[in-house]
Structures are given as structure tokens and as C-alpha cells.
Design a protein around this ligand. Structure first.
Ligand SMILES: [Zn+2]
Length: 341
């Protein structure tokens, strides 16, 4: 059938695929979904669009709870002791396009374990830090560990006059509904302060070539290509400052044995080291984990010499698993790095 693409607005044939849900089979949220994608720009989205309230409930009460592959105990979450290279490289990249001063605001949308706040304290000058997050226990952990105030929506920041200089949305946009994405991007274009930037990272999933070979979809609801990411941000009033593939080269993923893929679909995006860590998390009792982690990770004097610059987070371009973008609201387009302004 033909549809108007919500990204590039072309009217094209839109193939309809079954939604693959291997991780949340007991949740009814994904039951009736189909994946639709645009033959022109490759943007993929789910139909019917999921209701906001149901989606918010999923992230506040299901996604991080027992039974989920992403289970996290925020009550016992600890501050990082080593660099988190994903958020570190995201913020270093964004920092090239923004002048971040003392007390400027850093906002993370969907901070997960809060690693970006650790990195922000390293990269940015005394940032004031805020989060958008639905899970109350996560909000308490961000406050306890990083002195971060959390809100459940953009409106609260607007009402308080909090205007971020740097906004991070790392692996969160693909979890939104289609209408949730378009309204969030427009709200962010309004919220962000003059000359501020948005840095976002999402999985790079081009359904025009990967429709048949893809694995699990859930809980992702949106599938981005480079063209569609550009188009969606421009539609919302942003100009693109940087847009490139990032993270691991896709052929590395293909070297993982197929039997591992079958038993561990959840951890594929983490790579083999991530897979081993995820197994450790699941298998070892907390007391043993504490000892193992302390031996593996804790050496504060070496922390700043531990950056592995060959890590794939530092590399861009080619056939990689993710997409990283830096964008600025068009209204502030007069500012240019290197222009002397
Ligand atoms: Zn399109």
C-alpha cells in the first residue's frame, strides 16, 4: 500500500512487516504492531501508533523490572569508576559545536544508568544537570549519585525556564512512538537555548536492506536511516551539524556465532564483551559480583589512563551499527564554530 512518509513526505509503497518481539513476549504492548517503512528514505515506524500512557507505563513499571533483560536495581546503583566511552565520545563530539560555560544546563533524555552524568562532569564545565525519565527509582539514583533533578516531560523544564545548552538523547529516540518523536523534537527545538546543541544516537536500521535479516525489534518502535534522521530533525526546525554512522562495524557483529545469536538476542548490541558482562550480571550472586567488579574495575589512580582510543566509539563512517547526530535549532543558525563569534 502507499502512504505519506512522516519523514520525507514522499508517497511511496510502504511494505508492512511483522513486528518481532523476542524480549517482552508477556507484555501485551507490542501484540498488534506491524512495522512500516518508507521505500524512499528508509524511515521505519510501528503501526498502529502506541498510546502515550501505555508506553509511559511500560518504561516506569516493566522495562527495568524483574523478567526484563534490562532489569536494573536503581536502589543499589553505584557511581561509575571507569569511563563510559559511549557517553564520553558523544559529549566530546557535541562539545565541538557548543560553547559550554560554568553553570550551563545539560539535559539527558532517557539516561539509563546515568553514565552520561559521570561523563558530563568530566567533559563540561560545572554543568547543571537534568534528566527526563519516567522511572521514579532511576530519578532517585540520578539525584543520589550525580545531583541530577529529573522530570517526566519537557513542559516542566519550559515552565521553570530551564533551557539546556546541551541535550543528549542516546538510544532513547527509537523507543518513542511516531507522534511522540515528532512532538519531542519540536519541543526540544523550542527548549534548547540559543547556540545550544542536541546530540542523539540511535541504532542504524535500514529496513530497505535489512527487513529480512533483522533480529528482534522490541522494544524499539522507530527505525532510523541517515536520510530519515536528517529529514526528521530538519522538519522539527534543526540544522544538522554532524551526522555519521558510529559504533561497531557491522561485519564484527556477523562474526558472532549464530548459536550465540539464538540464545542471546538481547545482548547482541553489546558485542561479545558486553555479552559476557550480561551473563555475569545474570549468573553471579551480588556478593561475588561486587568482588569481581572491584578487582576488574577499581583502580582510581589509573582511571584517566584507561581510555582505549581504538574503541569503536571513537570511530565514524561506513557500515556501522549506530547513527550519531549533532543538530542545532535553525533559529540560532547564525552561530558558527570558527567564525569568531
Ligand atoms: Zn521517507
Amino acid at each position: 500500500m502507499s502512504r505519506h512518509c512522516p519523514s520525507c513526505t514522499e508517497i511511496t509503497d510502504t511494505p508492512i512487516l511483522p513486528y518481532i518481539n523476542q524480549e517482552f513476549e508477556s507484555s501485551g504492548l507490542f501484540l498488534d504492531l506491524r512495522v512500516v517503512y518508507c521505500g524512499s528514505c528508509g524511515f521505519g515506524y510501528c503501526a498502529p501508533d502506541i498510546d502515550d500512557e501505555l508506553l509511559n507505563h511500560f518504561y516506569s513499571d516493566v522495562y527495568r523490572e524483574d523478567g526484563s533483560p534490562y532489569v536494573t536495581n536503581f536502589q543499589t546503583l553505584r557511581k561509575r569508576r571507569t569511563h563510559d566511552l559511549r557517553s564520553l565520545t558523544q559529549l566530546i563530539l557535541a562539545h565541538q559545536f557548543v560553547e559550554f560555560n560554568d553553570g550551563d544546563v545539560f539535559l539527558d533524555i532517557g539516561p539509563g544508568w546515568g553514565n552520561s552524568f559521570f561523563s558530563a562532569q568530566e567533559v563540561l564545565t560545572t554543568p547543571r544537570m537534568y534528566a527526563i525519565e519516567f522511572k521514579n527509582a532511576a530519578a532517585k539514583a540520578y539525584e543520589r549519585l550525580y545531583n541530577v533533578e529529573t522530570f517526566t516531560g519537557i513542559n516542566a523544564l519550559t515552565d521553570l525556564g530551564i533551557r539546556p545548552k546541551l541535550i543528549l538523547a542516546s538510544h532513547s529516540l527509537e523507543h518513542l512512538s511516531l507522534h511522540g518523536l515528532t512532538s519531542l523534537l519540536s519541543e526540544l527545538a523550542e527548549l534548547i537555548c540559543p547556540n545550544g546543541v542536541l546530540v542523539a544516537e540511535v541504532p542504524l536500521v535500514d529496513l530497505r536492506v535489512a527487513a529480512e535479516s533483522r533480529g528482534n525489534d522490541a522494544p524499539h518502535l522507530l527505525f532510523f536511516t541517515m536520510e530519515s534522521m536528517r529529514q526528521l530533525l530538519e522538519n522539527a526546525g534543526f540544522e544538522i551539524l554532524f551526522l555519521q554512522s558510529c559504533s561497531r562495524r557491522r561485519e564484527i557483529l556477523h562474526t558472532i556465532d549464530d548459536s550465540v545469536k539464538k540464545t542471546a538476542p538481547v545482548s547482541l548490541h553489546l558485542g561479545i564483551p558486553g555479552y559476557i558482562r550480561s551473563i555475569m550480571r545474570q549468573v553471579l550472586p551480588p556478593s561475588v559480583k561486587k568482588i569481581v567488579y572491584s578487582v576488574l574495575e577499581f583502580n582510581p589512580s589509573e582511571r584517566f589512563s584507561q581510555i582505549d582510543f581504538s574503541d569503536s566509539n571513537f570511530h565514524y563512517g561506513g557500515d556501522r551499527e549506530c547513527l550519531r547526530v549533532v543538530a542545532r535549532p535553525l533559529s540560532s543558525a547564525t552561530y558558527r564554530i570558527g567564525s569568531g563569534s
